[in-house]
Design a protein around this ligand. Sequence first.
Ligand SMILES: Nc1ncnc2c1ncn2[C@@H]1O[C@H](COP(=O)(O)OP(=O)(O)OP(=O)(O)O)[C@@H](O)[C@H]1O
Ligand SMILES: [Mg+2]
Length: 373
Amino acid sequence: MKIVSNIARAAAAAAGAIPRSQTLAGLDLLATAVVMVDGDGRIAFANAAAENMLESSLKALSRQRLCDLFANPAELDHVIGQARAHKFSDLRQELMLERVGREPLFVHAIASALDDPMDAVLLELRETVQQMKLDREERLLDQSQVNKELIRNLAHEIKNPLGGIRGAAQLLEMELPPLHLQQLREYTQVIIKEADRLQTLVDRLLAPHRRPHIVGDVNIHEVLERVRSLMLAEFPAGLAIVRDYDASLPEFRGDKEQLIQTVLNIAHNAAQALAERIDAGDAQIVFKTRVARQVTLAKVRYNLALDLHIIDNGPGIPPQIRDRIFYPLVSGREGGSGLGLTLAQTFVHQHMGVIECESRPGYTDFRILLPLP
Ligand SMILES: Nc1ncnc2c1ncn2[C@@H]1O[C@H](COP(=O)(O)OP(=O)(O)OP(=O)(O)O)[C@@H](O)[C@H]1O
Ligand SMILES: [Mg+2]
């Protein structure tokens, strides 16, 4: 006996209909990718989550064979064939779908044969890695909020006596006996210099909370162009900054200066990591913008989001700090204070977005997702 789920019923109602009808509008709200294939395995329908997962539009996908999208179609073909042949109510399987030039997709697939003349099969695909990532992101978000609060309080506690320490060292310096002035001044100078260094550090730690969040209409490409010109002024030779923009992205409400600072911090890190390639003349940073649909950011679901990538061809993030790069004071760089990415993350969170990173030697991708209107 065949049980047809709600999803299957809605999709069945629209069997063969490529344009999104009223019946299918609901499917676009699902986080699960839903694809319906006809008797020949050609795509008859894909919801918004499926378009997102397959990185293509329904229009481009329609009538293509689903299995042709993957380099290893046998397993998927088998699942669809099984569902059709045995008319299972649903057939569940974990699949690894290889894509040309992209990382593979790990999905939990549910195939249901539909009771219609087209012999259609409905596939629900949920990215397993994605789900694990979402759970992990939620945990990290909670944790990072607790950490930030702790650091802020600590920074305040350090800041208060610093002025006093510096002032006292200056006074002491004025009272030093002339006979030993040179020798003793070295000590007071150490106190003053270290107090100044700490002052800069706590100022940076407290900076995102001090200045008000100034909100206006932001065009992300203006932000990127500004960062690009600042970077090119600093690194005039050996570094190419490639633009890969989706010009159709709408403006959104945000704090432009904060977003410039965010991208600049990430691009700066990339350029620092790229030092050797800059000397060799083949360093590259790519600014890539796209629209993402149906995304969950910090536990809230949005129909549309800005999907910004800052990708470099440097050596990658040192493995020993990879899991902690967004934590304050974590640096893999001589002389680094480890605050650039903490600030970037704070600014992104203030825009209700998320920031994540994927890195291996030769490829480091910082991805920022921000909700769009
Ligand atoms: N694109 C990248 N490639 C390789 N390593 C990176 C990249 N981006 C960040 N890192 C590593 O992450 C560390 C943390 O970066 P972050 O910007 O938070 O601090 P920092 O650059 O060390 O100091 P600051 O930015 O405060 O001056 C860096 O020290 C570097 O080791
Ligand atoms: Mg930095």
